[in-house]
Design a protein around this ligand. Structure first.
Ligand code: ZN
Length: 463
């Protein structure tokens, strides 16, 4: 390591898990109402985080330049980091950190790069791989800012605990999953397509790039950062989270996704004064009881569910865009900082989960990856973990494969490859056996009864 970089590392701010915690506004009173179980859990998280923390090392005034800062940071939240600023920032991280690498993994319709940042060794063994997908919706920028500063802080951290964490962890970050949408401040990409409804069809450059990363890197955890618009007083928490609800997600992966939500991410946010709840569930403002569901189902084309189908522990997180206090209404920068900081506190929970649960995570995702080879059990074409599938949505005895004619195969060949689905030649077409790692995904892609199928394969039941 060069002396210049060594000096730069000395300039580090406190450990990212415990980074600057000056709260940008008064936490809502509801955030303080925690049950005993949550308090106990918070104490454990705090202990884990505390054990990983190091004192702030003050560098000499003449020391090397600071690690790069985002446009959001230099403007103190007045403006979101521009795409040009992001390029300069990532370039500086790539050059100055010996554990960061920035790779181009795709190009948008308008020619902007899709970039994946890797923090940690490429294949440390045995490592836990965590993938952050940031701001798939271009008009939800807070998650992106949290991702940029998190990757920077981990890239430059020098303390022993972080180095040990990164020796066992590969953190992959797609800081701007929808650059064209970010440039235009739109939900969709340049074609107006919602990337977070494209994780089955893979019609967008952005969706395809994400699928290739998931196939090639086999992440153990996929964490998907968004923002949402509030409907007070029923639906206005600082953060909402949700795990994969799809019924085909392996039991242990589903269970750990809930653990990530309920025992790590939400307590980490609550411990910093942020309120939280379950995405898509309106609650009674007095009793807190659920009163209706407006979003958050099990449809497989949403990344939250596709992550689970591809064997990763998954979580969606949404910060609240709306300024509900007079102070935030008067000062947009205050509103912006609250949104980004709430996402940062939740990320602390993700990192603590990764460190503390890595053995269970690796076991669950490993088992999920091989369970398709047993070729047993039903496949669900509908339903969710809180909405039982209709009888017509259950393949109780799934076919042993799907036959595709030549035209069908030509139309979906690339998509099957991106999904990591194996097939072999069958006359002029192809045969896709269910006995493989992607077993429960295949009917969702190829069965004529599946809502978002790519094509209608001929089910082979003669086995
Ligand atoms: Zn979103």
């Amino acid at each position: 390591m060069t002396p210049r970089i060594t000096r730069a590392l000395r300039m580090l701010s406190p450990h990212p898990w415990l980074g600057p915690v000056a709260h940008p506004g008064r936490p809502p009173s509801g955030a303080r109402r925690r049950g005993p179980a949550v308090r106990r859990r918070s104490a454990v998280v705090a202990a884990v985080l505390g054990a990983l923390a190091v004192p702030f090392a003050i560098a000499p005034a003449e020391a090397a330049p600071h690690p790069p800062r985002t446009g959001f940071e230099t403007s103190d939240g007045a403006g979101w980091t521009g795409l040009g600023e992001e390029q300069a920032f990532l370039g500086a991280v790539d050059r100055a950190s010996d554990r960061a690498a920035v790779d181009r993994i795709g190009t948008t319709k308008e020619g902007r790069p899709l970039q994946l940042v890797r923090i940690g060794k490429k294949h440390p063994a045995p490592a836990t791989t965590v993938l952050l997908i940031c701001s798939q919706h271009g008009d939800e920028p807070a998650g992106r800012e949290a991702c940029l500063t998190t990757l920077r802080d981990l890239a430059f951290a020098e303390d022993r605990a972080t180095r040990a964490f990164l020796s066992r962890t590969t953190l992959l970050v797609l800081p701007t999953a929808n650059p064209d949408g970010r440039a235009a401040d739109t939900r969709g990409n340049a074609d107006g397509v919602d990337i977070n409804r494209d994780h089955i069809a893979l019609e967008t450059a952005e969706g395809r790039a994400i699928a290739a990363v998931v196939r090639d890197e086999r992440p153990d955890v996929i964490y998907d950062l968004h923002e949402y618009g509030a409907t007070p007083p029923y639906y206005d928490k600082d953060l909402f989270v949700l795990w994969p609800r799809n019924l085909n997600v392996a039991g242990r992966v589903h269970g750990l996704s809930r653990t990530l939500s309920e025992q790590y991410v939400r307590p980490a946010a609550t411990g910093s004064g942020y309120s939280s709840g379950h995405y898509g569930i309106w609650t009674d403002p007095v009793t807190g009881d659920p009163i209706r569901q407006t979003a958050g189902d099990g449809q497989e084309r949403i990344l939250r569910n596709a992550s689970g189908l591809k064997h990763a522990v998954g979580l969606l997180i949404e910060s609240r865009i709306d300024a509900l206090s007079d102070a935030e209404k008067d000062d947009p920068a205050l509103n912006h900082r609250r949104r980004v900081h709430s996402q940062r506190t939740a990320l602390d929970g993700l990192l603590a989960f990764t460190e503390e649960q890595r053995a269970r995570i690796r076991a669950a995702t490993g088992l999920s990856r091989v369970s398709g080879y047993a070729d047993r059990g039903p496949v669900y074409l509908g339903g969710a973990d809180n909405d039982p599938a209709e009888p017509g949505e259950i393949l109780a005895d799934p076919p042993c494969g799907y036959r595709l004619d030549a035209a069908q195969y030509a139309g979906v060949k690339d998509e099957l490859a991106l999904h990591g689905v194996r097939s072999h030649r069958d006359g002029a077409g192809a045969y896709v056996p269910l006995r493989q790692s992607a077993r429960s995904l295949i009917p969702l892609l190829l069965d004529q009864r599946a809502t978002y199928s790519l094509t209608s394969g001929q089910a082979d039941t003669a086995c």
